[in-house]
Write a protein that binds this ligand. Structure first.
Ligand SMILES: [Zn+2]
Length: 193
C-alpha cells in the first residue's frame, strides 16, 4: 500500500491523528486541529487531492479550512449537510485513497456521522474514533454518543474485516500493525463490559 504518514505526529495540542496517504490519489484521512497541517503536507508530499473525514469532531476537522484554502480539495464525509462536507460517503460507498479503493462503513455510536474506511486489497483500516489499540474504544459521553450503538458498530466492523487485516490506523494513539482484528475484538469485549 501507499506511504502513510501521520502529520499530527509529535503535535501536542487537542488534535486527532491525521493520515496523509501518498499514491495515485494523495488523500488526508482526518485533518487534525491546532497545528500547521499545510506546512506539513507541503513538506511531505507537496500535493493533496482530497480530504476524507472519519467524523466531524473538532479535533479531526479544525485544520480543514486552511488545508482546503491551500490545496483547493473536496472534503468527503458521511453527512452532506455538514458545512465542511462537499461529497457524501454513505455506508458501502467506495473512495480512492492512495493506491487503493476503500469502502466506507457507517459506524455510529461515538458520533452519528462516523465512518471507518476499509480496504481488503490493501489490508488496511482507518478506524477513526470507533476503536483504538489494545481494546480502547470511542467515548460515548458526548452529544450523539450511544454505547449500545457503538457496540453494534464494532460488531459490524468485525463482520466486514478479514482475519488477514494487517494495519489499523486509529484516530488517537498508535497504529496497530500486529493482528489488529484481535484489538477490535478486545474493544468489543471492553465496550460490552
Ligand atoms: Zn471523535
Amino acid at each position: 500500500m501507499s506511504t502513510v504518514r501521520n502529520i499530527a505526529q509529535g503535535v501536542h495540542s487537542f488534535t486527532s491523528n491525521a493520515f496523509l496517504v501518498d499514491g495515485e490519489r494523495t488523500v488526508l484521512v482526518d485533518a487534525g486541529n491546532d497545528f500547521n497541517a499545510v506546512e506539513r503536507i507541503e513538506a511531505a508530499t507537496g500535493r493533496l487531492d482530497a480530504i476524507v473525514l472519519t467524523h466531524t469532531h473538532p479535533d479531526h476537522i479544525g485544520n480543514v479550512a486552511s488545508i482546503v484554502n491551500a490545496f483547493d480539495v473536496d472534503v468527503w464525509g458521511f453527512d452532506p449537510d455538514h458545512e465542511l462536507v462537499d461529497r457524501a460517503l454513505a455506508d458501502g460507498d467506495r473512495v480512492e485513497i492512495g493506491d487503493s479503493t476503500f469502502r466506507a462503513l457507517h459506524t455510529p455510536g461515538h458520533k452519528n456521522d462516523h465512518l471507518c474506511l476499509y480496504s481488503r486489497s490493501a489490508s488496511a483500516l482507518f478506524a477513526g474514533d470507533l476503536v483504538f489499540a489494545n481494546g480502547g474504544f470511542g467515548r460515548t459521553d458526548l452529544p450523539e454518543g450511544d454505547r449500545s450503538l457503538l457496540i453494534e458498530s464494532i460488531d459490524y466492523l468485525l463482520s466486514e474485516v478479514d482475519e488477514s487485516l494487517s494495519t489499523m490506523y486509529v484516530g488517537h494513539g498508535p497504529t496497530v500493525d500486529t493482528n489488529p482484528r484481535h484489538h477490535i475484538e478486545l474493544a468489543l469485549q471492553a465496550a460490552r463490559f
